[in-house]
Design a protein around this ligand. Structure first.
Ligand SMILES: [Zn+2]
Ligand SMILES: [Zn+2]
Length: 123
């Protein structure tokens, strides 16, 4: 497992920029550093990176992420991603379904809470 990284106050990509308290990277520099790393170590190819770590078409890296508990799987389709991505994905792709489900629950609750029509007691 990786050890926690202590922010030093300077961008971790090595550009020398000062960053805010508790931050590791200047805006966007984490992506830049990632791309540079892949360029240096894996010929700029994510496929090569995956293959070198034993992943590929036959061994899904995203499934491994879910298995490791680092990522989640959308409960409604095959989409996987970090918790935040899942939240965005759900609101973008399943909003209507969620609205429908919410409405169904509301209808049920309303039906359930409706006072039972009392039979007028005959005298
Ligand atoms: Zn930087
Ligand atoms: Zn989904």
């Amino acid at each position: 497992m990786s050890t926690a990284i202590e922010p030093t106050g300077y961008c971790f990509c090595g550009c020398g920029k000062k960053v805010g308290y508790g931050r590791l990277f200047a805006q966007g520099h984490d992506k830049m550093a990632e791309a540079a790393f892949i360029a240096v170590h894996h010929g700029g190819s994510v496929a090569q990176l995956l293959q070198e770590h034993g992943y590929g078409p036959d061994k899904s890296i995203t499934a491994a992420a879910v298995e490791a508990g680092a990522w989640e799987k959308c409960p409604r389709c095959d989409y996987v991603g970090a918790t935040n991505s899942i939240r965005n994905h759900m609101s973008r792709h399943h909003r209507e379904q969620i609205a429908e489900a919410t409405q169904a629950v509301r209808n049920f609750t309303e039906a359930f809470n409706k006072p039972i029509p009392r039979r007028t007691t005959e005298k």
